[in-house]
Design a protein around this ligand. Structure first.
Ligand SMILES: CC(C)(COP(=O)(O)OP(=O)(O)OC[C@H]1O[C@@H](n2cnc3c(N)ncnc32)[C@H](O[C@H]2O[C@H](COP(=O)(O)OP(=O)(O)OP(=O)(O)O)[C@@H](O)[C@H]2O)[C@@H]1O)[C@@H](O)C(=O)NCCC(=O)NCCS
Ligand SMILES: Nc1ncnc2[nH]cnc12
Length: 298
């Protein structure tokens, strides 16, 4: 007889709150893992603030912890609200409250707006799947999150006026919304396969994660990068990330040297792949969900 996935079991037996708490913890852990991962070109890491003047890794970690109540509420909503239209409306409201909580915790600095959006949708979809008794499969959860992102949220402002939105309009890209509505292809088709490949070939865990970040950077229309550096900076960053990976990733000496060159170029351009960082955190969350289900099963 097939052993039941314990996350599924707890959901099925009505312990939805335990599942929601676990998912909220995993989301915060994924954000902290991302913030502390080093080296990350242009981004805040344990060495410094990258291309940012208002961010530090401690601020990122404080922000991550302040978001736990919102992730918990989203996971609870995902398990409790069957009607997808109502669920979309509810998590939109929680997401906007989470942005306010983030601003309060950071003194008005945007640390995680893109991450609240991506991880919020994924946590909700994961709770919805597991509550129904479906598997903790990363690809299926990302698809479910995409379905939710495509639903209309009547509470959302017609225009946010944020940099990402303006960059989408100026450069004709989908940005954070497009990525989510497509079911997070950068996570499912780039980050997670690279994470698995790098682990399988013996890269260290931190190296595998940096390579997963580079795999996202290599193809993403990152509006954080576009807003600061335009098309030229985006193309140069994508080409640099592809080069590191083509040379074997950061575990290889040539790949490591190429990463140093990429970092120098990004510093000169003063650009940061903030959207790719959020999607790495999304991949780390899905990876944690799958692994925690596997661990408890064995
Ligand atoms: C849909 C929303 C995310 C709102 O989007 P909008 O476009 O209005 O807002 P932005 O904040 O400008 O952009 C979204 C952020 O998403 C990240 N991102 C960028 N490109 C992509 C991509 N291709 N795919 C996925 N994600 C992407 C990115 O976030 C990171 O960058 C942030 C730093 O940004 P910013 O402060 O603007 O830039 P800096 O250069 O650092 O500024 P200065 O210091 O120079 O001043 C950082 O936070 C990273 O997270 C984009 O910035 C969403 O907010 C929304 O609609 N929410 C409503 C609630 C809701 O419906 N929730 C649903 C359930 S969760
Ligand atoms: N490590 C990081 N540095 C800068 N912006 C980010 N947004 C999300 N993670 C980030």
């Amino acid at each position: 007889m097939t052993a039941l996935n314990p996350l599924r079991q707890s959901a099925a037996s009505g312990l939805c709150d335990g599942l929601a708490k676990r998912l909220a913890d995993l989301a915060v852990e994924a954000l902290i893992d991302e913030a502390m991962l080093t080296p990350k070109p242009g981004l805040v890491d344990m060495r410094g603030s990258g291309a940012h003047t208002d961010l530090t890794w401690m601020l990122m970690c404080r922000s991550a912890c302040a978001l736990r109540p919102a992730f918990l509420q989203m996971a609870q909503a995902g398990s409790a609200i069957g009607d997808a239209t109502l669920l979309r409306r509810r998590i939109g409201a929680i997401g906007r409250e989470a942005e306010a909580a983030m601003m309060a915790a950071t003194g008005g600095v945007n640390t995680h707006r893109g991450a609240i959006w991506a991880l919020g949708l994924l946590v909700t979809a994961a709770a919805r799947h597991m509550q129904r008794g479906d598997s903790a499969d990363a690809e299926a959860i990302a698809l479910g999150a995409g379905l939710l992102a495509r639903l209309e949220d009547p509470g959302a402002p017609a225009r946010t006026g944020n940099k990402g939105e303006l960059a989408c309009r100026e450069h004709g890209v989908g940005g954070a919304r497009g990525q989510a509505r497509a079911g997070f292809p950068a996570v499912v088709e780039q980050a997670l396969p690279m994470l698995r490949l790098a682990r399988a070939r013996g890269d260290g865990e931190a190296q595998a994660r940096v390579n997963a970040l580079l795999a996202v950077m290599a193809g993403l229309d990152d509006t954080c990068l576009l807003a600061r550096g335009g098309r030229k900076a985006l193309a140069s960053t994508q080409a640099g990330a592809r080069r590191v990976l083509a040379l074997g990733g950061i575990a290889s000496p040539n790949g490591r040297a190429a990463l140093t060159r990429l970092e120098t170029r990004m510093r000169q351009l003063h650009v940061s792949p903030g959207g790719a960082a959020d999607l790495l955190a999304a991949a780390l969350l899905l990876d944690r969900i799958e692994r925690s289900a596997d661990k408890e099963q064995s």
